[in-house]
Write a protein that binds this ligand. Structure first.
Ligand SMILES: NC(=O)C1=CN([C@@H]2O[C@H](COP(=O)(O)OP(=O)(O)OC[C@H]3O[C@@H](n4cnc5c(N)ncnc54)[C@H](O)[C@@H]3O)[C@@H](O)[C@H]2O)[C@@H](O)CC1
Ligand SMILES: Nc1ncnc2c1ncn2[C@@H]1O[C@H](COP(=O)(O)OP(=O)(O)O)[C@@H](O)[C@H]1O
Length: 287
């Protein structure tokens, strides 16, 4: 397990993702940091969409909408800062970035919601349930001025590539590249040492994180964090890899405090991400 070390993190972040280490301008307002909208949360899985929404807020996004398919959700301790409504209402709102799929159902109405958002979204992150819908409900190819990011785990990648999770794990670089080309998208093939690939040939293997991330909802947190960085205007070339790296670094930071890897909760990651982002800004001498 990689131990957490602030100085190593600082050097790595400054070299690879300098834009996440920049301080906020003194005259900034919430509009400066973008609006992200999360769509998902079917019956029994509202937590997935709420986790993504919380991660987007703690990641630094200015405003976060959460559209739940199952609305209102059962009693949930959701952050009051989140703007929560039913999925159809949120799908009609304006947002800089859409994060679709966390707890999304496998129904015709979920497929219609995805198609509707796809037509309006300039930046679209597709996770979990949205990825499961793609084989039966393919999306039109993205236009040149749009950004699409897919975040499959090996089970989801296997479904998209008509393969098996084991075969995907054995051929992770190939699978990530193949998905990126087929979907004209950025791809994060998740798991131990996630593979990041783009249709234009970017390839990176993320080496941080730990087995504490092998817990329900940690992928939802990653999707929210990724959408958050994109909503803040961080270029996709930095945002995708930075989100995966921050997610891993957060798990290391928590493990260094004995809050993991055993029993780490996905809902604990966003606070650690916030600590890290602020720490990176401070040690980068930007504050
Ligand atoms: N609190 C909540 O509401 C939660 C809701 N969730 C939602 O539940 C839905 C179903 O997601 P799940 O991922 O649980 O189920 P899936 O059926 O999508 O995938 C689980 C299967 O994928 C394969 N797999 C996943 N990661 C792998 C890896 N690293 N290596 C090899 N094989 C791997 C395994 O075969 C595993 O059984 C999603 O919409 C998700 O967003 C989950 O995120 C958990 C938390
Ligand atoms: N052993 C591990 N080492 C590093 N990262 C891991 C490990 N296991 C899981 N992860 C990360 O945790 C997240 C799990 O996401 P996912 O499988 O979608 O879970 P969920 O659907 O429950 O949210 C991914 O970002 C993945 O890369």
């Amino acid at each position: 397990m990689t131990p957490f070390d602030t100085e190593t993190c600082r050097r790595y972040a400054l070299q690879h993702f300098p834009d996440i280490c920049r301080a906020r301008p003194a005259d900034s307002h919430k509009g400066t940091f973008g609006t992200a909208a999360v769509l998902g949360g079917s019956k029994g899985m509202s937590g997935a969409a709420l986790l993504a929404g919380e991660a987007a807020m703690y990641g630094g996004c200015g405003k976060v909408l959460v559209g739940l398919e199952h609305y209102p959700p059962p009693a949930h301790r959701a952050r009051l800062e989140l703007m929560i409504d039913d999925a159809a209402a949120v799908a009609a709102a304006d947002a800089d970035v859409w994060i679709v799929g966390c707890g999304l159902a496998q129904t015709d109405s979920a497929a219609a919601l995805l198609q509707h958002v796809c037509q309006r979204a300039r930046v679209l992150v597709l996770d979990a349930g949205a990825l499961h819908l793609l084989p039966k409900h393919p999306l039109p190819a993205p236009s040149a001025d749009t950004v699409r990011v897919l975040t499959p785990h090996p089970g989801e990648a296997a479904k998209l590539l008509k393969s098996t999770p084991d075969a995907i794990v054995q051929n992770r670089v190939w699978a990530a590249r193949e998905l990126a080309t087929r979907h004209q998208a950025w791809v994060v093939l998740k798991g131990h040492e996630s593979v990041i690939a783009s249709a234009s040939g970017f390839l990176r293997i993320n080496r941080n994180g730990n087995a504490g991330l092998a817990t329900a909802g940690s992928g939802d947190v990653l999707a929210g964090l990724l959408g958050s960085l994109l909503a803040q205007g961080i270029a996709v070339e930095q945002a995708v890899a930075a989100a995966v790296w921050l997610h891993g670094a957060a798990a290391e930071w928590l493990a260094a405090r004995q809050t993991g890897p055993i029993g780490l909760l996905a809902g604990e990651l966003p606070v650690a991400v916030r600590w890290l982002r602020n720490r990176l800004v401070t040690v980068a001498g930007n504050n």
